[in-house]
Design a protein around this ligand. Structure first.
Ligand code: G6P
Length: 368
């Protein structure tokens, strides 16, 4: 096992560091000579897409969080309405699914029982099934009409990291491909996004190279028993993933909210020293986030902001700011999750937790 960890203390930190490679594998294998996205021979023609009036994305855990970002990308780029659901709810809900539905299952292992059952239910109702899967030849992959693999490589740690970032890339590629086939995006916009996606491995690497600040932060904050993550727009989805990561491996009571909902309940729980992680990467929501940060600071919270490099205004309100390299607002989740993964990891290590094998959790949940 030590050899497999290649000098890292845990699989989780090794896998966090493997993200530049995983992301570039998932991405570069899918760009042809003209830098056009190819979906591994998956045929989604204009006629197919014109026949689809809805996309349903279904998954569990971290993969569900990738699905939330996927919804944003498909709606924004391809202009098709998308519903996202957790598999255990979808399968018992009698959802509106028919032969005009494209059903997308996202799963690292491809063996999660609820996801598989949801997929079967969607097929039964006539949907076309596309899966985004990491493990080649897994049950979800085998039972789908089309499979789009995330080439993250084996993920051993229970807490998912590189599977998530590669799932995000896969969903952006699916969305961009659909948009280009449907003609809902200009050539220029398409190129801008593909070019920016190509910078992601280097930008992730840059965050990893500067992780000392996050380690120090974790050393000062690991004793917190209550942590809130908040954001607006795309940042909410990353807040949910950051919160899940933290509770999974450190057993801290953490949860995530849309910052606009603070006043409707959660603010009542903020007290002296409560740790709040505030994501503020979306330009059009930046000022609103600064106000939310002020609101929790006024009640004694210790605020860790996450913002794009250059947006320094946040330093006036947050206690600590973790910067991500500048990128398109639409693509920030691929970068903003990295500091949150590192923060969770170092907090769990400082608390002496069994990071790779947290209690009560399994890597792949094959029971209901
Ligand atoms: C378990 C794992 C999570 C994972 C979820 C879904 O809960 O601990 O890390 O996100 O299952 O798994 P899947 O393999 O379907 O992505």
């Amino acid at each position: 096992e030590a050899a497999e960890k290649e000098g890292y203390e845990h699989f989780m930190i090794k896998e966090i560091h493997e993200q530049p490679k995983g992301v570039s594998e998932t991405l570069l294998r899918r760009l042809d000579k003209e830098e056009k996205v190819t979906l591994d021979g998956i045929k989604l023609t204009k006629e197919d897409l014109d026949n689809i009036n809805k996309v349903y994305i279904v998954a569990c855990g971290t993969a569900y969080h990738a699905g939330l970002v996927g919804r944003y990308a498909i709606e924004k780029f391809a202009k098709i309405p998308v519903e996202v659901d957790v598999a255990s709810e979808f399968r018992y809900r009698d959802p509106f699914v028919d032969d005009k539905t494209l059903f997308i299952a996202i799963s690292q292992s491809g063996e999660t029982l609820d996801t598989l059952a949801a997929l079967r239910e969607a097929k039964r109702k006539g949907a076309r099934v596309l899966s985004v899967v990491n493990v080649v030849g897994s049950s979800v992959a085998r039972e789908s009409d089309d499979v789009f693999y995330t080439w993250a490589g084996p993920e051993i740690a229970v807490a998912s990291t590189k599977a998530y970032t590669t799932q995000l890339v896969a969903m952006y590629l699916v969305a961009l491909h659909m948009a280009s086939v449907k003609g809902t995006i200009t050539e220029e916009q398409y190129k801008e996004k593909v070019n920016e996606l190509k910078t992601m491995p280097d930008k992730i690497q840059k965050i990893l190279d500067n992780q000392t600040k996050i380690q120090h932060l974790a050393d000062g904050q690991f004793n917190n028993e209550k942590v809130f993550f908040m954001g607006r727009g795309l940042d909410v989805h990353v807040a949910h993933e950051g919160s899940l990561k933290l509770k999974e491996i450190s057993y801290i009571n953490s949860f995530a909210i849309a910052a606009g909902e603070l006043k409707h309940g959660t603010i009542a729980l903020i007290e002296d020293g409560t740790l709040v992680v505030a994501l503020a990467t979306q330009d059009h929501l930046y000022d609103k986030m600064l106000s939310n940060i002020q609101e929790v600071r006024a009640r004694g919270a210790f605020v860790v902001g996450v913002a794009k490099e250059g947006n320094k205004e946040i330093e006036k309100t947050a206690d600590v700011v973790l910067y991500i390299p500048d990128t398109l607002d639409q693509l920030t989740p691929i970068l903003s999750v990295i500091p949150l993964q590192l923060l969770s990891y170092y907090i769990a290590v400082a608390r002496g937790c069994d990071v790779d094998k947290p209690k009560n959790l399994a890597k792949s949940v094959t029971v209901e």
